[in-house]
Write a protein that binds this ligand. Structure first.
Ligand SMILES: [Zn+2]
Length: 455
């Protein structure tokens, strides 16, 4: 067993800054945390130079889409929307090899780590060879992503995706979707294969791509294979067209249909839920299900703004996802989300509730940490005993931290134009030091050659 003791001048514990903090770690897991401990009383402690924040779970990622960032920002049609973006994205998805995927994922994970995410829930639907035939090891693409995570030193929760149909009214997939083709049995086997190699760094769950791609029987079949604690993720209510089709074909809106025909419970993580109705928000709360918001992707794709006040006021676990990878920083995700809500309702400080008691950035940070452990299928998350020792050491000299501790998160989210994350630790090991990663050059080089081959 490896035991390490750290000491930090400040750490964010139980939703607030505490001073003179001792952090005890055994085999990469927090054993105990205590504040008001004089540094001189623990001479053996490793000193963390700045304030310590818990790292964030990235609850929704498609690693391969990092290859595509910045390449769909020109309008080629009279109307450019999610559906025209998807055609361009498929062009990349059709070609990418396992080696290229590993190179791209490593670059992505490096950037996410520098942006303060240390665990990535990978919503994984690129399963087969480009022509749709199975790889000799059906998990070839999943292992490529895990290998990238191991090289960088981040954790993953692989979510093999059930992807069976091209639309609500269509049976089967289009030619360009054959790489994604799975059914409930395939996903259950993939989950079993991934779960057999569970470690403190790597977990597994399952996903349904959407109600377009997984019809009623697919959902029911998958649930027969899923254990009581396994996270289930699904894209839902992201697009107005999806909601309209759900109304036409299923007779109700997608979240309502899930709640009433399949049954939601605390295993479920609804990704986007952008167009949820007030009734659906209540149904999610009643079921104890959680919601994954992906603000910069939803903005980039023109999906629409969700009713952030409804999510804020409901007792629902929330997380953030980087999704299409246009942004790899949770501070920017929180800023984008809050600004979108401000523009929507023409008010300020939407997240700060109850008024006068909490700063907006503090409130959203606490909320978006809330369902991280559950989304990732981990026993605990954050600066607490039993959680993996993942944390960020802030640069004490950064402009964002020039005021007193109660304003540090406000500075990071609303005032920071440079990354104030000096060091990032995963399982008690320092992976980013002084803002850089030891394998940065090698990973960048492989990423560049993969991009050259792809484009
Ligand atoms: Zn997604």
């Amino acid at each position: 067993m490896t035991s390490r003791t750290f000491w930090a001048p400040h750490a964010w514990i139980d939703g607030q800054w505490q001073a003179d903090v001792r952090l005890d770690v055994e085999d990469g897991i927090f054993m105990a945390l205590a504040s008001s401990i004089a540094r001189s009383t623990i001479p053996q402690a490793e000193i963390l130079a700045g304030p310590v924040l818990p790292a964030m779970v990235n609850a929704h990622s498609h690693a391969f889409q990092r290859a595509f960032v910045g390449l769909a920002e020109t309008r080629n049609n009279a109307e450019d929307d999610f559906w025209s973006w998807r055609e361009k994205m498929y062009a990349v998805a059709r070609r990418i090899t396992p080696d290229q995927l590993q190179a791209i994922a490593a670059q992505l994970f490096l950037e996410l780590l520098a942006g303060g995410y240390t665990h990535i829930c990978e919503f994984h639907y690129l399963q087969h060879a480009p022509d749709g035939t199975a790889y000799a090891d059906p998990l070839t693409m999943a292992w490529a992503i895990r290998a990238a995570a191991d090289e960088v030193g981040v954790g993953t929760t692989m979510l093999p995706v059930l992807y069976a149909h091209a639309g609500f009214r269509t049976t089967g997939l289009r030619a360009e979707q054959q790489r994604f083709k799975t059914d409930a049995r395939w996903v259950a086997d993939a989950h079993a294969g991934l779960a057999a190699r569970t470690t403190p760094m790597h977990a597994a769950g399952v996903a349904l791509h959407s109600l377009r791609a997984a019809h009623a029987q697919d959902c029911r079949d998958l649930l027969t294979h899923v254990a009581a604690h396994t996270p289930i993720h699904i894209h839902v209510s992201e697009q107005v067209a999806e909601v309209d089709e759900s109304l036409a074909v299923l007779g109700t809106t997608p979240i309502d249909w899930l709640a009433s025909h399949i049954g939601l419970d605390p295993r479920w993580h609804l990704v986007h839920a952008t167009h949820a109705t007030a009734g659906e928000v209540q149904a999610v709360a009643r079921a104890g299900a959680a919601v994954v918001l992906c603000p910069t992707t939803e903005a980039n794709l023109g999906d629409g703004w969700t009713d952030g006040l409804a999510w804020r006021d409901a007792p629902i676990g929330l997380t953030l996802g980087s999704d299409s990878q246009v942004c790899r920083s949770w501070t920017e995700e929180i800023r984008c989300f809050e600004y979108g809500q401000r523009l929507r309702v023409r008010q300020r400080n939407i997240g700060a509730t109850p008024p006068g008691q909490v700063a907006t950035a503090d409130a959203w940070f606490t909320r978006f940490m809330g369902a991280g452990a559950r989304a990732a299928g981990l026993p605990a998350w954050g600066l607490r005993p039993g959680a993996r020792a993942d944390f960020i050491v802030l640069d004490q000299e950064a402009a964002a931290l020039e005021r007193e501790p109660p304003l540090w998160l406000s500075g990071l989210v609303f005032g920071g134009h440079t990354n104030a994350f000096a060091d990032v630790y995963v399982a008690g090991e320092r992976r980013v030091h002084g803002g850089t990663h030891p394998r940065r050059q090698a990973i960048r080089k492989r990423f560049r050659s993969a991009m050259k081959e792809l484009f």
